[in-house]
Write a protein that binds this ligand. Sequence first.
Ligand code: CTP
Length: 403
Amino acid sequence: MCSWKKGKRILFCITGGIAAYKMPEVVHALVKEGNSVRVLLTKAAEKFVTPFLFATLTGEQVFREEDFLNDITGPSIPHISLAAWADLLVVAPCTANSLKIIARGESHVLLGALFLASPQRGLLFPSMNTHMWEHPQTFLSALECVKLGHKVVEPAEGPLACGTVGKGRMQDNSHVLEEIWRALSPVKDFVGKKVLVTAGPTWEYLDPVRFLSNPSSGRMGYALAREAWYRGAEVTLLSGPVCEGNPYGLRHISVVSAEEMRVQMQSLREEYDILFMAAAVGDYRFQEKLLHKIKRGNRDVLELSLVRNPDLLAEAGAQKKEDQVLVGFAAETEELFKNARQKLLEKKLDYIVANVVGGPESAFGSSRNSVTVIDGAGREYPFAGTKAFVATSILDLLASQRS
Ligand code: CTP
């Protein structure tokens, strides 16, 4: 868990679309992370989900259209008090009608009055039939919302509840959550920065069924990419084969071998302000890559030759642009600091993240990590915790030394 993801006050507005039925899971995830969530249901939303459900999940009062009409005096006027309470306004799903209400600043319903009373800008997740989404009226509403400073997350494509297939599907719950975290991120110090992260292992094939690799899960690189995205960066994740899915919001390039990663690096490297080289790139590949499977036969010993792979980090260091920040990683089983410092110097890095492989603090395959970052001046910064926490700490360090 990342410490900044808790303790926030989120006003979650649900309007009358079929995707309302998925929202309890999102609300539950936000509460579980340690946030206070209040739910506002429009009249139409109550056709799909009940106030009782959300009151149970959140432990908070659920705000309904009838509250708006009944309670308009005193300090608890719903739209005023809710607007003052919330750190973030989310509308998911957001129907075409609700989008229009927010766009036009209409205040005849609780949702519209809330948006007028709030100093916050909202995070809106439109979801509707494809023709409704593509209608010029909806486009104008969405555009107006963007002009007002709200973030409109476009719906996804796919089969819709109404039977058509096209754009209009509510974004997956995991995507909704990622957008919420990005909106809640307490710092936006990577806005305007382009960040490239390499992650995961490489697979060096011997024949069609065998390869040489290592147990890197890619999680440290993925955590860095995600945290940089939360903080406003435009992020490309160049990843070897890992189990993580296609990461939402990031440009994702999948490669298999060190040679493939190198080709991508060479074409991308120049464009980026910050490079995190967290991949566990194979140092060697087989001299020969065979087209057919090697048969065991009667052999007791099989001798294979390996040849050296290019060092992508050293190449990036040798051709580093001025102002580009280059962060390498050192995975060591012995003499951690000595080896890490040597790599920092030899590969011309700005920072190196040193971590031990093996033992309880091992970086490989774990969701936690314990690292020491060494900067160009040789100073050491130890960080330990979840990989998300370590990623946040590394980004904090870079940001503090930039300013
Ligand atoms: N690296 C790379 N290309 C390689 C090997 C490593 O870009 N062919 C990068 C890694 O992404 C990491 C850093 O170099 O950021 C250090 O990797 P590591 O495996 O710790 O060390 P090596 O440089 O391979 O040296 P050694 O195996 O001798 O420890």
